[in-house]
Design a protein around this ligand. Structure first.
Ligand code: SF4
Length: 314
């Protein structure tokens, strides 16, 4: 009894001495020591406070009871004819009766509707609200001793998960735009059909003529690949000088490792190259095999790194 307290006029809002709370907008519930924690106070919907006040005004006088956890003499809110109302009465009698009255099923796919299910539902709603409570705030609100109990109670909804995922910008973070040059002459003349290169991915430092560029694992550093033409070579300059060249932009998804190589710099790039050292390039040989071949131009990895404005694909 006496577990409801109303926040009345005159209480300044913390951090703002100019404003005071409106009368009765906040209802505080004092929760005694319970099975998952010690006593605490939490704000609740005013409708709960009104219902408790209404019950307290008609509750017949009862003898005091000994609290099982604290051994203190207490006045339990729900007691009648000198007996406490048991939790099994709430779950097995009162809630099914209320469900019948409301015309809703007393059980669903997760089992019977119980007082704990109500608590879990409210916790999930507060956790998934537009301005959600944090897990720690929810832990305090539910009176849990450990955050694990709160995690078990508050389920994250697919909507909240989707929103968080979208806001994390995973796709934007992992996509870069690369310029693609299309040799229209090679397409219209039919040379493309005979295997002539007709599209070139502009890597900034060079051109890649591999049609499945977006699937190539080596595109951060082209390891002397046969599909690669350095920008300073005559061949690349001839391609870029073609009159019938069409330019378009293409979005290329990056792997986490590639993104790290772009964002975190040389050491992440070196880690990526090390991992790919024995992975075959689209032309066949691995970077280690290419490195061993005499007469090949130096691999890109040992050249001075291209400046960041040039690295369009990464
Ligand atoms: S390794 Fe070869 S195929 Fe891959 S991106 Fe570089 S040039 Fe293109």
């Amino acid at each position: 009894m006496g577990c409801i307290r109303w926040q009345h006029d005159g209480a300044p809002i913390a951090g703002d001495s100019q404003q005071v709370l409106a009368r009765d907008v906040v209802c505080l519930l004092d929760v005694p020591t319970h099975k998952t924690g010690s006593s605490f106070t939490k704000p609740v919907d005013p409708i709960l406070g009104q219902a408790v006040d209404a019950w307290q005004s008609i509750r017949p006088d009862q003898p005091k009871f000994t609290d099982r956890r604290t051994s203190e003499l207490v006045d339990p809110l729900f007691a009648i004819r000198a007996r406490r109302v048991s939790t099994s009465y709430i779950n097995n009698t009162m809630i099914p009766m209320l469900c019948r009255k409301a015309g809703v099923p007393a059980a669903d796919i997760r089992g019977n509707i119980t007082s704990h299910r109500a608590r879990s539902t409210i916790a999930s709603q507060l956790y998934n609200a537009k301005e959600p409570m944090t897990l720690f705030e929810l832990q305090a609100w539910l009176g849990h001793r450990s955050p694990q109990s709160t995690q078990y109670c508050a389920k994250i909804t697919p909507n909240t998960l989707t929103k968080a995922y979208t806001e994390a910008g995973y796709f934007e973070r992992n996509v870069r735009t690369v310029e693609v040059l299309l040799d229209r002459d090679a397409i219209t003349s039919g040379a493309a059909a005979t295997g002539e290169p007709w599209q070139y991915y502009d890597l900034g430092h060079g051109l890649c003529s591999y049609s499945f560029f977006e699937q190539c694992q080596h595109r951060m550093a082209c390891a002397r690949c046969d599909f690669y033409t350095p920008k300073e070579s005559t061949k690349a300059q001839l391609v870029e000088a073609k009159a019938n060249l069409q330019r378009m932009l293409m979005s290329i998804p990056l792997t986490e490792e590639e993104r790290a190589a772009v964002d975190d710099g040389q050491s992440a790039l070196d880690r990526l190259l090390q991992r790919l050292a024995e992975v075959a390039t689209p032309a066949g040989p691995t970077p280690n095999e290419l490195r061993a071949e005499p007469g090949r131009p130096l691999p890109l990895t040992v050249r001075s790194p291209p400046d960041s404005t040039d690295r369009k694909c990464c």
